[in-house]
Design a protein around this ligand. Structure first.
Ligand code: CMC
Length: 429
């Protein structure tokens, strides 16, 4: 048995044999190009719609083992980070590669805290949205609009400029999100309060009314902080891929974050938490669960919050959230939909349809229940996902910009359309 790190491929069309190197458990798709059926042949392509088996990058940020249900940021298990750190520590970790010292965290927190304000014209711009505009649509458009306020952000190759835009984006996402929330309620916007924590200030901008100083409820502040940690990054998912792909054109990070947020908005991605709650509301009573499960198995409905492209085991984030839900309900009120969720989960985990397809609860299955208990309307759920995920997008973007192997993203296609043909004049078509 040979021990060479390579693959020998025989092209049965020509009988030729090729040796293709294997590195880190992968072959380079470009190494297939030399395999040709004849001189005119372009060379072999790898066909992979939805990138189910294609690594688009090397990355040192996040590790997932989908079969074992493991999630690590920069090597640290998500369970330890959720228990022992704060969201801004995790943001620093994802962006800089190491957990901060006390001094580094203080400086980082200062930077984030002092970029939370937005230009007054951003407020005016947001006023223009319809009263029932979806807050995720407002967030996506407004973050894109920020690029017009910071033309310096175009200098993506300048590390100092990149850091500045990262501070601004991490700091301003909660402000825009809170303004979007107040807009749908028809309430005056509340300005950032720099005395409060990242999450405390966000709660202040959301919920402050007539009190002189908003005091966040510690249990709720911590719960949201943990949810932010759990949502901060998830390697090459749909929105991270959008961030990298759009960012690879050299566009400013505000425009790229808007693209990533748009990807997150979809119900198969970050919009799933909203879809879960709508699903639970439509089921409404435990007696209707069997009928709903029948519909799912018949292909008429989807069990939202279940299944994952990578996890073929219980999503480790869902485990933490499920436990935390009870702690939150102790200070809010128990969610009437919590019972339905638990019953659905119990049935699904025993049912052959879900077991054989390895469909387990994902991060979105229980998070919506917590958001609901905290008083958020369902439209805000994907927005609550987008705020912490901005850190992940920026870490992915920063890594991409600094990676000498990366170029503008540009997949190939297998053309299946017409061969060349001539335009027929209108009166003969
Ligand atoms: N309910 C019922 N059946 C499902 C579900 C579900 N939630 N998810 C997958 N399946 C079935 C699917 O129909 C297929 O069955 P069959 O082999 O008979 O055709 C099989 O399981 C494999 O599914 P797939 O669609 O090939 O898997 P995928 O990797 O393409 O999709 C997914 C992954 C997350 C899009 C999908 O599981 C899904 O739509 N889940 C519901 C939406 C959701 O909760 N999304 C949040 C994902 S986690 C957070 C995030 O990414 O933002």
């Amino acid at each position: 048995m040979g021990t060479r790190e390579s693959l020998t491929v025989v092209d049965n069309r020509t009988g030729k044999s090729y040796e293709i190197p294997i590195a880190d458990g992968a072959i380079r798709a470009m190494d297939l190009r030399q395999i040709k059926s004849g001189a005119e042949d372009f060379g072999l392509l790898a066909y992979d719609p939805a990138f189910t088996n294609t690594a688009s990058t090397r990355s040192t940020i996040t590790f997932i083992d989908g079969d074992k249900g493991l999630l690590w940021y920069r090597g640290y298990p998500i369970e330890q980070l959720a228990e022992k750190t704060s969201f801004l520590e995790v943001a620093y970790l994802l962006l800089r590669g190491e957990l901060p010292t006390a001094r580094a965290l203080e400086e980082f927190t200062w930077e984030i805290t002092h970029h939370t304000w937005v230009h007054e014209n951003v407020k005016k711009f947001m006023d223009g949205f319809h009263h029932d505009a979806h807050p995720m649509g407002m967030l996506i458009s407004t973050v894109a609009a920020l690029s017009t306020f910071y033309p310096d952000a175009k200098a993506a190759q300048d590390a100092g400029q990149r850091d500045l835009q990262i501070y601004r984006l991490v700091a301003k996402m909660p402000t825009i999100a809170a303004f979007a929330y107040r807009h749908i309620l028809g309430q005056a916007y509340a300005y950032p309060d720099n005395d409060l924590s990242y999450v405390g200030n966000f709660l202040n901008m959301l919920f402050k009314t007539t009190e002189l100083k908003y005091k966040p409820e510690p249990a709720i502040e911590r719960a949201l902080d943990v949810l932010f940690i759990l949502h901060a990054d998830h390697e090459q998912n749909c929105s991270a891929n959008a961030m990298r792909s759009v960012g690879s054109s050299g566009v400013d990070p505000y425009s790229a974050v808007a693209a990533a947020a748009a990807a997150l908005y979809g119900p198969l991605h970050g919009g799933a938490n909203e879809a879960v709650l709508r699903m639970l509301r439509s089921i409404a009573t435990p007696s209707r669960i069997p009928e709903f499960i029948r519909q799912v198995k018949g292909g008429e409905a989807k069990l939202m919050g279940f299944g994952h492209r990578v996890y073929k085991n219980y999503d480790p984030r869902a485990k933490i959230i499920k436990k935390m839900a009870d702690e939150v309900f102790a200070v809010t009120r128990p969610s009437p939909l919590g019972g339905i969720a638990r019953e659905l989960e119990k049935i699904a985990l025993e049912d052959e349809y879900f077991v054989s397809r390895k469909l387990y609860p994902n991060v979105d299955f229980y998070s919506g229940l917590i958001y609901e208990a905290l008083g958020f309307p369902v439209e805000m759920f994907p927005v609550l996902f987008a705020i912490p995920r901005t850190v992940g997008w920026l870490a992915q973007w920063q890594e991409m910009v600094g990676d000498p192997e990366q170029k503008i993203a540009r997949p190939r296609q297998l053309y299946t359309g017409y061969a060349r043909r001539d335009v027929v004049p209108m009166d003969r078509r």
